[in-house]
Design a protein around this ligand. Structure first.
Ligand code: ZN
Length: 400
C-alpha cells in the first residue's frame, strides 16, 4: 500500500479509537438457561413475545424447552419461523405483522446469525415504524430504543448476540446492507448449552474457529482497550481448552457452555475492536461462492497471521503463553510460530483442508477489491495491505 493511503487509513483508525470511550457500547446480560426467560419477561412487564427463528431450528425441536417455559408461566407467544439464510426485508415485514397482530411487546431471536439479524431488524421496524429499513442503512441511524430483545444463539461462533449490526437483503433488489446502531445490541444473551448439543461436529468446529478468529483479529488489531484485550484472551483460552472436546464429545455440556462463553466474549471484543483481513477475504469468498464463513476463516487465519510477520509476534506470543502453547521465557518469534502451528494442527484435527477449490483465478482481482473496500480504512489491522497485496491470499487458497 502506498504511503498516502497508509497515512489515511491510520488517521481514520486513530480518530475512531479516540471516540471509542465516549460511545454507548454495552454488553448484554448473560443468562444461563432458556428457563430463566419467563422471569425476565415478567420483571420487564412484557405480556406477549414473538420468537424469531428459522424452520430448521423449529423442526429440530430446539425451541420446545423455551415454549414449555413460557406456557408453564402463562406467557403467550407467537413464532415466526420463516427466516432465510440471508434474511430479507420480506422476512422482517412478515415478522412485524405477526408482532403487531399478536400484540407482542418483546422479541426473542432464536438461532444463528440470520435469525438474530432478522430479530434485530424487526426491533428497528417497531422502534421506527414510519421509516423503511433501507433508510436505517449505515451507522447510527436508528437512535431509538428497541422493544426488549433477547438473543438465544444456537451456534457458538458468530457472536451476533453481542453486536450492534443487522445485515438485511432487500427482497426485491437483492441489495444487501447493514444497519449498525447501539440500540440493536440485545439486552440479554441466553448462553444455554442445551440448544447447541445437536450441532454436528463439522459445524461445531467451523463456528468455533470463527469465534477464535474474532478473538485473535480483535486482539492483534491496533484499536484494543484493556477490556477488549481481556475478553479476547479469555475467549482464546476457552476455545483452546474446549473446542476439541465439543467437537469429539458433542454432548459434553461443560465444553459446550464454555464455547458459548468464548463466542460471547470474542463477540464483545470484536464489536469494539473490529476484525481484520481474515474476515474481509472470507466475506468476499462467502459472497461470491457461498463458502461457509467459519470454514473460510479457519483456512485463512494461520496464513494471514504468518503474513503479518514480526508486527504480531509479541501479541501472538502472549496468546501462546496464555493457552499453554509456549512458556513465559520462550522468545516471542518462536512462541508466535508455535501458536500459528497450533492453529494449523487444530484445523487438521477438524478435517479442515488448506484450499478452497471454488476460487477461479479470473475472479481474484474483483474479490481482492471487495476485501480491500471492506477492510480499508476501517479495520485497524497490524499490517496494512491494498487490493494488490491481498491477492496473495486467494492464490494461497487455490488448489495447487
Ligand atoms: Zn466471523
Amino acid at each position: 500500500m502506498n504511503s498516502w493511503k497508509k497515512l489515511y487509513c491510520r488517521t481514520f483508525q486513530a480518530a475512531l479509537k479516540a471516540v471509542l470511550p465516549f460511545l454507548p457500547y454495552r454488553k448484554p446480560k448473560i443468562v444461563g438457561s432458556v428457563r430463566d426467560i419467563p422471569d425476565i419477561l415478567i420483571q420487564k412487564r412484557c405480556s406477549r413475545v414473538l420468537i424469531v427463528t428459522d424452520e430448521g431450528i423449529r423442526k429440530a425441536g430446539l425451541t420446545k424447552r423455551l415454549q414449555k417455559a413460557l406456557s408453564d408461566n402463562g406467557i403467550p407467544y407467537s413464532i415466526y419461523d420463516k427466516t432465510v439464510a440471508n434474511p430479507t426485508t420480506a422476512n422482517v415485514n412478515e415478522a412485524m405483522e405477526m408482532y403487531i397482530s399478536g400484540g407482542c411487546n418483546a422479541i426473542i431471536g432464536f438461532g444463528g446469525g440470520s435469525s438474530m439479524d432478522c430479530a434485530k431488524a424487526l426491533g428497528v421496524r417497531i422502534a421506527r415504524p414510519n421509516s423503511s429499513l433501507a433508510k436505517m442503512k449505515g451507522i447510527l441511524k436508528v437512535h431509538k430504543r428497541l422493544p426488549l430483545l433477547i438473543a438465544i444463539p444456537t451456534t457458538a461462533g458468530t457472536g451476533s448476540e453481542t453486536t450492534l449490526a443487522a445485515v438485511i437483503t432487500d427482497a426485491e433488489t437483492r441489495h444487501k446492507y447493514a444497519i449498525n446502531d447501539f440500540p440493536l445490541i440485545p439486552r440479554y444473551a441466553v448462553l444455554d448449552p442445551k440448544v447447541t448439543v445437536s450441532l454436528p461436529p463439522f459445524l461445531t468446529a467451523a463456528t468455533g474457529m470463527d469465534a477464535l478468529t474474532h478473538a485473535i483479529e480483535a486482539y492483534i488489531g491496533r484499536s484494543t482497550t484493556p477490556g477488549t484485550r481481556k475478553d479476547s484472551l479469555l475467549a482464546v483460552k476457552l476455545i483452546f481448552e474446549n473446542l476439541d472436546r465439543a467437537y469429539t464429545e458433542g454432548g459434553d455440556m461443560e465444553a459446550r457452555r464454555n464455547m458459548m462463553k468464548a463466542s460471547f466474549y470474542a463477540g464483545c471484543a470484536f464489536t469494539k475492536s473490529y476484525v481484520g483481513y481474515v474476515h474481509a477475504v472470507a466475506h468476499s469468498l462467502g459472497g461470491e461462492y457461498n463458502v461457509p464463513h467459519g470454514l473460510a476463516n479457519s483456512i485463512l487465519l494461520p496464513l494471514v497471521l504468518e503474513t503479518y510477520g514480526t508486527a504480531v509476534h509479541k501479541k501472538l506470543a502472549r496468546l501462546a503463553v496464555e493457552t499453554g502453547i509456549a512458556a513465559q521465557d520462550t522468545p516471542a518469534e518462536q512462541a508466535a510460530s508455535d501458536f500459528i502451528r497450533a492453529i494449523h494442527e487444530m484445523k487438521k484435527r477438524f478435517q479442515i483442508g488448506d484450499t478452497i477449490p471454488a476460487i477461479r483465478e479470473e475472479d481474484i482481482p474483483k474479490l481482492s477489491h471487495y476485501a480491500d473496500k471492506e477492510a480499508n480504512p476501517l479495520y485497524p489491522v497490524p499490517v496494512l495491505m491494498d487490493a494488490k497485496e491481498l491477492e496473495q491470499f486467494y492464490y494461497m487458497l487455490m488448489e495447487k
